[in-house]
Design a protein around this ligand. Structure first.
Ligand code: NAP
Length: 291
């Protein structure tokens, strides 16, 4: 009898936290098409989640310990996407995960370890989360991502209404296609060879906000333009709209404190066998979302 010894992780349940988000849905699609592991998602609303029946769903917030414990039954590996600006509940969440799971994959930021890490609330949050994860007995895989292309879906309303995207001029970054991120996430979630590794993920080139608007314009076949709003004016507007000051600081840090990125990595191609996709391609494929 021939016994095949697989180097892949045993097919324990993979729990995805953030499965209904812009990145999470792509990850679920990838994991479903691989079909190697049973999948579970922790979602706040089963009804709104609209995930396929093959996905086991546990309803509840990440901060609801009972829901999290139910979601972790028989789980081997967790993909954690942290949707908060603070780490108030992070230790309790990691304690629960540590009691049940063996591996954790965390979606972090390329800002961790950068010169701006301490100055930028989002970078600092991801850095602190990575440190908390390192203190657990879980085997981590850290995916540090650059800015994600689907953030620009937040411009869709302005584009439809006015054809002008108004906002602070954030420093250019190598914007990542969430489909590439998802392909990498699915690869590392399903293969133990990536346990203990940290990967930096970027798109194929550094692109400014005005150039992203131009790419969406080309995809739509109509003119659009970016109009810079001074950071102080943006801050006043966001606070007047009732946004919490900590959120406003985090949103504006990208414009105030980050410098033009020079980081380009080959991680997407190394791990998926396909070069990272461009923002132009993402815009072409998502033009309908801006119409
Ligand atoms: N955007 C970037 O440029 C960037 C760069 C590097 C890293 N990241 C990381 O990537 C993550 C995912 O990004 P994204 O664009 O996919 O975010 P997103 O579209 O805003 O999705 C957030 C996800 O978190 C879930 N969520 C929110 N609050 C929750 C709670 N209390 N309990 C359980 N789930 C909750 C949401 O579920 P519901 O359906 O219930 O709302 C949704 O599935 C971010 O959280 C961030 O930490 C982002």
């Amino acid at each position: 009898m021939i016994i095949e010894v697989s180097e892949k992780a045993s097919a324990g349940v993979i729990l995805v936290i953030g499965a209904t988000g812009k990145v999470g849905r792509q990850v679920m699609d990838r994991l479903m098409s691989l079909g190697t592991h049973p999948l579970r998602a922790l979602v706040r609303s089963r009804e709104q989640a609209k995930l396929p029946a093959s996905v086991d769903i546990v309803e509840g917030s990440l901060t609801d310990q009972a829901a999290l414990a139910a979601a972790l039954v028989d789980v081997d590996t967790v993909l954690l996407m942290w949707p908060f600006l603070t780490l108030d509940d992070a230790s309790a969440v990691l304690d629960s995960i540590e009691q049940r799971a063996r591996r954790i994959v965390y979606l972090s930021s390329v800002g961790v370890g950068s010169a701006e890490e301490l100055d930028d609330p989002i970078f600092a949050m991801h850095a602190a989360m990575e440190r908390l994860i390192a203190r657990t007995s879980l085997t981590p895989t850290i995916l540090r991502s650059d800015t994600i292309a689907s953030n620009t879906l937040g411009w869709a309303e302005q584009i439809r209404a006015t054809g002008v995207v108004r906002g602070p001029l954030t420093a250019p970054t190598a914007v990542v296609d969430p489909r590439d991120l998802a392909a990498v996430a699915a690869t590392v979630l399903t293969d133990d060879a990536h346990a203990g590794r940290t990967y930096l993920l970027t798109g194929p080139r550094v692109i400014s906000r005005p150039d992203q608007v131009d790419a969406i314009a080309a995809a739509l076949g109509r003119p659009l333009r970016f109009e810079e709003v001074a950071v102080d004016d943006a801050r006043r507007q966001l606070l007047d709209d009732g946004r919490p000051p900590a959120l406003v600081d985090a949103l504006l840090a990208a414009a105030e404190k980050r410098s033009r990125s020079t980081l380009l990595t080959s991680t997407v191609e190394d791990l998926t066998g396909r070069p990272a996709s461009s923002f132009e391609q993402w815009a072409t494929d998502h033009a309908a979302a801006f119409r």
